[in-house]
Ligand binder design. Structure first.
Ligand code: HEM
Length: 474
């Protein structure tokens, strides 16, 4: 046994203890946890691009090597057990579904996110962004403030309109959705609690816990809210023609709920599946987009020259300061897009994704058996050596010239890579560009990224707000 050749295995991250492995490193406050996670990713980058972490009896392989990440992303379409923590609400939704269920569902959902449909959403993104800039007047000229609640409301407004199709001035539904947003936050916080309490990973302990009781109540509320929305929408569709029932239809867009109900009428989706997909899309969209825009505003506030260039670009595109942004303006916002992408590269809202292998996986230097758990470090890929010596620096200019970008298209991994990447990537970019353009046309931003402390539960976020100040430009 001793002399038998062993299959080569990746280096183990230092600090593993007998029996518990690296589990003791998961103790500490949220700041320490993200710090330690970053250290793991940098260690991986410096030690061949794949390392082993031991969580009690389980081995998890962290990868930053771009080719190995792509192999895993395309061959391991299942998710590890940690994703099951969200299944009580999302179940067959795209993020948590197992590979067999995911494949046909993704095929059906792809058309709902095609460019033509997204183009019809821009008017709504514009409307929401305009409202946001008006609300921000109360903060202009004052000290630094917390922009997150403002952006959150803006993102939720856009998501609810484009995904569910909330009617204008439907205050009752708006209130319900406000409660829905709070409940989603609570649900995420509970998943986070379970994630960092290793003993609660065991279903039989979790099922007896107080956390499970609390989670049941929140999930019940979330499910019933979305079910009622779907039921009401279905009966509206029966009673009226589409154009009569959805006032926004005049602006030319059909909310994703209606697209799913169209598919459902062909008996492909059950109401429960539609509910799971809607809850998933809303959950996946709102915090990631909010936090990305917050990081972007802080960075713009930190670099006055970058801000001046954005404002020059905006002035050239919008000669009339009151003109509304249309979809034709979005491709012209070249520098703003470079700044946004550079923000997303350095501060990816989802810094890692988990993958689980259904069959043996052969990577460049190692082969793994079926059932292996991998973590693709999107944070690490975004700072890989292929980005050059300034990989850790904020340099939006790199996006303006293809020669200064890595040849490997998977080096920018913020929206994940491979077949199971983010379905909402385009809509996220379009809505964020629209919102940032409105804010920066009206305000100058001050901020300092060096003051920002980060934590990471499911999403990478600022620990607290009060990181930016706004001054009116008029
Ligand atoms: C800055 C904003 C966003 C970022 C950084 C982001 C990032 C990601 C990442 C990394 C994944 C893979 C997750 C995993 O495998 O665990 C993902 C999946 C997903 N995202 Fe996004 N996302 C963003 C915005 C959105 C928006 C706006 C929507 C919807 C409108 C959306 C819907 C989804 C869905 C449904 C999935 C699951 C895809 C699948 O497994 O087929 N995301 N996103």
């Amino acid at each position: 046994w001793y002399l038998k050749p062993r299959r080569p295995s990746p280096p183990v991250y230092p600090g593993a203890l007998p029996i518990i492995g690296h589990a003791h490193r998961m103790l500490g406050n949220v700041l320490q946890l993200w710090q330690m996670e970053k250290e793991v990713y940098h260690f991986c980058l410096e030690n061949g691009g794949i390392i082993e972490i031991q969580l009690g009896p389980r081995s998890v392989y962290v990868i930053t090597d771009l080719d190995d990440c792509l192999t895993v992303a395309n061959t391991c379409l299942d998710k590890p057990y940690i994703y099951d923590f969200g299944k009580q609400l999302y179940d067959r939704g795209l993020v948590t579904a197992n590979a067999l269920i995911w494949k046909p569902q993704r095929k059906l959902l792809n058309p709902a996110f095609n460019q033509q449909i997204l183009n019809t959403f821009v008017q709504e993104y514009s409307l929401q962004a305009k409202r946001l800039t008006t609300k921000l007047t109360t903060e202009a000229g004052k000290d630094r403030f917390d922009v997150v609640p403002y952006l959150l409301k803006n993102v939720l407004g856009s998501v609810y309109k484009t995904v569910i199709g909330v009617k204008p001035n439907d205050h009752e539904q708006e209130m319900t959705l406000k409660h829905y947003a709070h409940a989603t936050d609570k649900f995420f916080a509970m998943i986070e609690d379970r994630l960092f309490s290793v003993w609660l990973h065991l279903p039989f302990i979790f099922n007896m816990s107080y956390l499970k009781k609390k989670q049941d109540a929140v999930v019940q509320f979330l499910k019933s809210t979305t079910e009622t929305i779907i039921m009401n929408r279905k009966s509206e569709r029966k009673q009226t023609t589409y154009a009569d029932s959805v006032p926004q239809a005049t602006s030319g867009y059909k909310p994703i709920l209606d697209l799913l109900l169209d598919i459902g009428e062909k008996q492909v989706f059950t109401d429960e599946e539609i509910r799971e997909q809607l809850d998933t899309i809303i959950g996946a969209a709102y915090d990631s987009t909010t936090r990305a825009m917050t990081f972007c505003l802080i960075l713009i506030g930190t670099y006055p020259k970058v801000q001046a260039r954005i404002q020059k670009e905006l002035q050239e595109i919008f000669d009339d300061p009151d003109r509304d942004l249309t979809r034709h303006d979005l491709p012209k916002l070249v520098y703003l897009e470079a700044v946004l992408k550079e923000t997303l590269r350095l501060y990816p809202p989802v810094p890692r994704v988990g993958k689980s292998s259904e069959s043996p996986v052969r990577l460049k230097h190692y082969t793994f058996p079926a059932g292996t758990t991998f973590v693709l470090s999107l944070y690490g890929m975004n700072r890989h050596a292929v980005w050059g010596a300034d990989a850790n620096e904020f340099n939006p200019d790199r996006w303006l010239n293809p020669d200064t970008l890595p040849d490997n298209p998977n080096a920018f991994a913020t929206f994940s890579i491979g077949k199971r990447n983010c379905i909402g990537k385009q809509s996220a970019m379009m809505s964020m560009k629209t919102t940032l353009a409105y804010i920066l046309r009206r305000y100058s931003v001050t901020g300092d990224i060096r003051n920002v402390q980060c934590k990471c539960d499911l999403i990478l976020k600022q620990v607290s707000g009060h990181y930016i100040g706004l001054q009116s430009r008029t």
